[in-house]
Design a protein around this ligand. Structure first.
Ligand code: ADP
Length: 884
């Protein structure tokens, strides 16, 4: 005998089945936690820890939360990386013999949260399953809220796993021991992730049950195992049907451009380096989606650039058609704005948590589909027409919901008021009975007032006594003795009943109870019927999401003056960008002037560009802009350039010298070298390599030696396109020995007032690093700056002003100066662009104000006449302030 009370015995038995979760144990109106769970929960949730004598001498630690507030507490624990098991009473306490039976009805884990408020609309919440077999890994990723399931496999390397994890950013993973270490390493940085180890062998029987129509033998075994691990885990934790997980999207990981974690981060595709926020990323820039599904898909497209030309061309054709026709695009955007999150709605329907409002949201969304289809057809682009053709407006479902569900149903399913009048004869007759009963009561009130002459007599209702007649104390004298039965005495009134009133009451209450039950039953039937059509709804959601992303590309491209890229034909592997811009830097540039730059990497013009120049000159912005443009083209978006002719890039590598990995605890130089090692191993002729500040983390001699040998390796062995920046301007001599390398530098203008960065790339190498000048700009004390100049002078006989331009390393000093003088009419390759504003062009306050107004102008909402008037005003303002 343990000596515990029977209830505690039951608790311990339930807890034994969920050892890795915090058990929320339902007792009346509370969820209670005991023992270690109570200690953890009280600490994490900041709730009071109490104790309970449970038949033992020592009190058991305990704490609890009210059941109606549980959701918030659960979300908090999940967010901190715990799992929460919820044990409910599974029999009626009124009829139960002994301790009420309790069972775990669901285990909530970070990867299986269904409370979409906690997750946010714009992001998926993935749980992944990983299986290893020989030299392959199988990988499956599922979002339980939407029912998406992606499956792939790849060679068993840490790198490949990390790349996959980077696409999905799972909040939870299950896998067998072999893959476990990698998973932990790969997703640990997100912190709130959980990794669960499963048995080595996996139970593939679950596959046949979950996916009756799938021919599993067509999938590689290791993929089957990955999915099986996931499904088994989901079954164990969710303990309910997962009918919305049906469609398996299998793909080859080689179908997408490979981007390692560092490159993703460095290019700030979906989160910023500084604070991991979304603002200031390519994602936030391109996100003009109108639906939550679209927003999620956009992120996916950015995370997985395509390598397939026909797929890309059809995305671009669609974007072009939408781009050209702003009127229809606007209409389409309006329609899409009325479409709810179909994926999560269907998820809730399948999960049995959708209420009447959800069904109405589904209906409203479905009703938009015909108009969306029409607009797509009208736009006259084949990919849009075929998207429209694939859309199924599910009219049968919309009609069924329209007929059954009331216009404004309550949130609670058991309160009644869900189902429309006229939908169900039985329900209507019950409603009539209750209505008649109520009328009878109203009539009774009228009659009794008349009979007794008491005007204030009224009939009321409460949950304890039901219907009653109420007479105020002052009027009791006018009431004939024995007319009613006395029921309750209040301070200033008396309440009565009559046998007929009680009889009617019984009828009304019975009708109402039956009504609520019947409404609930009708609702469930309808919800199940919709649930059976899950695949149709999911396909529709998919098409709408794709359309939304395409229009988002078109909208952003129109707003930001992007243009359609084209591809280099055949084997000619040229990369040509005219007047390219960095999309994000351009968008946040406070003075609004971004200097466009050209890029040409080809057989004849050289495939490696070695960029020298001072800090802050714009080197990294320039290099990243080339990578961004290539990437944007390969997700099917227009690009920030006047013209771009691009090759298909299979991978983008970006490396930054001495990047901080303090968290990882590795020496920064070591990290750089490891990155370079991965690059040398994996880059192909079709890759794009970007190395910023190569060889910075070690001594000058060594750094320069390493930089030179890496560049030579890229040139001779990898032979891909590369942009390399270095502050070792001494490396400029490589242009003589490497036929495929060209020097470039960021033009700098010097004058009596100081140095101005022109942010323009010109051919040739830089003269100097302007390091001390930068220190001066940063506001270092004059003593330090002067001392630095004098030290430099001692070492290499340079005066302060001269330090800015050293003679010996200035093969093209003239070119840079010419560029500076003409304040930038100079482009690196072709004719000069029409009119480039100098970076430091001084604007007056009046101009600034005007520019600001121009930026905020909502052109789409103006009539042509208003636009003309605005233009005229603007010109007048400029002339008035003498700046015209
Ligand atoms: P570097 O890599 O040479 O140190 P960055 O590329 O970091 O220089 O650029 C420094 C800053 O200059 C950027 O933060 C950006 O605001 C600005 N900048 C860079 N390129 C341009 C450009 N083409 N036009 C306008 N501003 C630019």
């Amino acid at each position: 005998m343990s000596g515990y009370t029977p209830m505690m015995e039951q608790y311990l038995a339930v807890k034994a089945t969920a050892t890795d979760a915090i058990l929320f144990y339902r007792l009346g109106d509370f969820y209670e936690m005991f023992f270690d769970d109570a200690l953890t929960a009280s600490r994490e949730l900041e709730i009071t820890l109490t104790g309970r004598g449970a038949g033992q001498e020592e009190r058991i630690p305990m704490c609890g939360v009210p059941y109606h507030a549980a959701e918030g507490y659960i979300a908090k624990l999940i967010d901190k990386g715990y799992k929460v098991a919820i044990a409910e009473q599974v029999e009626d306490p009124a009829t139960a013999k002994g301790v009420v039976r309790r069972e775990i009805v669901r285990i909530v884990t970070p990867g299986t949260v269904m409370d979409t408020r906690a997750l946010g609309d714009g992001a998926n919440n993935f749980i992944v399953g990983v299986a290893a077999s020989g030299d392959r890994y199988g990988f499956a990723a599922c979002d339980l809220t939407t029912g998406e399931l992606y499956v792939t496999s790849f060679p068993a390397t840490g790198e490949a796993v990390k790349n996959a994890l980077n696409v999905y950013r799972p909040s939870e993973a299950v896998g067998d021991g072999t893959a476990l270490a990698l998973l932990t390493e790969g997703i640990a940085p997100t912190n709130r992730s959980i990794v669960t180890t499963t048995r080595e062998e996996s139970d593939t029987r679950a596959l046949a049950e979950q996916f009756p129509d799938e021919q599993w033998n067509r999938h590689e075994a290791v993929r089957q195992h990955a999915v099986a691990k996931l499904i088994v885990y989901l079954n164990e934790t969710q303990k309910r049907s997962l009918s919305h997980i049906r469609a398996i999207k299998a793909y080859e990981s080689e179908a997408f451009m490979s981007l390692d974690a560092f490159t993703r981060r460095n290019l700030e595709l979906t989160e910023t380096v500084r604070d991991r926020s979304r603002k200031g990323t390519l994602l936030s820039l391109l996100d003009r989606t109108r639906t939550a599904m679209g927003a999620r898909l956009l992120k996916r497209w950015i995370d997985q650039p395509l390598l397939d030309r026909s797929q890309l061309d059809s995305r671009l054709d669609a974007v072009e058609a939408l781009h050209q026709d702003w009127l229809q695009r606007k209409e389409l955007r309006d329609e899409l704005g009325e479409v709810y999150d179909l994926e999560r709605l269907t998820g809730r329907i399948a999960y049995g948590t959708a209420n009447g409002r959800d069904l109405n949201a589904l209906k409203t969304s479905l009703q938009r589909v015909p108009a969306i289809q029409r607009l797509c057809q009208n736009l006259g682009a084949a990919p849009l027409s075929s998207l429209a053709d694939r859309m199924d407006a599910c009219e049968d479902l919309a009609t069924a919901i329209e007929q059954a569900i009331a216009d404004e149903p309550p949130a609670n399913l058991k309160d009644g008021g869900l189902i429309r009048a006229g939908y169900d004869a039985k329900l209507d007759s019950l409603r009539e009975a209750s209505q008649n009963g109520k009328q009878w009561i109203a009539e009774l009130e009228r009659q009794e007032r008349e009979a007794t002459g008491i005007k204030s007599l009224k009939i009321g209702f409460n949950k304890v006594f039901g219907y009653y007649l109420e007479v105020t104390r002052a009027n009791l004298g006018s009431l004939p003795e024995g007319r009613y039965e006395r029921k309750q005495t209040l301070a200033n009134a008396e309440r009565f009943v009559t046998p007929e009133l009680k009889e009617k009451e019984a009828l009304i209450l019975e009708a109402e109870e039956r009504m609520a039950d019947l409404e609930y039953e009708i609702f469930l039937k309808l919800r199940d019927r919709i649930s059976e059509q899950m695949p149709r709804l999911q396909r529709l959601a998919e098409s709408i999401a794709a359309l939304d992303v395409l229009q988002s590309f078109a909208e952003a491209s129109a707003e930001r003056r992007y243009s359609r890229p084209s591809w280099t034909e055949g084997d000619n592997y040229e990369l040509l960008i005219e007047e390219g811009r960095h999309p994000v830097v351009e968008s946040v540039n406070e003075n609004g002037v971004f200097i466009a730059n050209d890029t040409r990497l080809s057989q004849s013009d050289g495939s490696i560009l070695l960029i020298t120049g001072p800090n802050m000159a714009g080197k990294s912005t320039y290099m990243r802009q080339v990578a961004m443009i290539c990437l944007m083209a390969q997700i099917g978006c227009f690009v920030p350039a006047r013209r771009a002719v691009l090759p298909f890039i299979d991978r983008i590598f970006t490396r930054i010298g001495a990047a901080d990995d303090l968290v990882g605890g590795q020496s920064t130089f070591m990290v750089e070298m490891k990155d370079i090692q991965v690059m040398t191993e994996q880059a192909t002729e079709r890759s794009l390599i970007i190395i910023d500040e190569l060889g910075r983390g070690t001594s000058t001699d060594e750094g320069m030696a390493i930089a030179q040998s890496v560049i030579e390796y890229v040139h001779d062995h990898i032979r891909c396109k590369a942009l390399v920046s270095t502050h070792f301007h001494e490396l400029a001599h490589l242009e003589e020995s490497l036929s495929g390398l060209r020097n470039g530098c960021m033009a700098v203008k010097e004058s009596a007032e100081g140095v101005t960065f022109l942010r323009k790339l010109v051919a040739g190498a830089a003269d100097s690093s302007y390091g001390i000048y930068c220190a001066e700009l940063a506001g270092l004390p004059d003593t330090i700056v002067s001392r630095a100049y004098s030290l430099l002078k001692d070492g290499g006989s340079i005066t302060r002003r001269e330090a800015a331009v050293t003679k010996e390393a200035a093969p093209n000093r003239d070119a840079a100066e010419a560029a500076a003088k003409s304040v930038l009419q100079l482009s690196m390759f072709e004719e000069p662009p029409a009119q480039v504003k100098p970076f430091k062009a001084a604007t007056t306050p009046a101009q600034d104000k005007l520019l600001d107004k121009l930026r905020k102008l909502d052109v789409m909402r103006m009539t042509p006449l208003q636009a003309l008037e605005w233009l005229n005003d603007a010109r007048n303002q400029l002339t008035e302030s003498g700046e015209g």
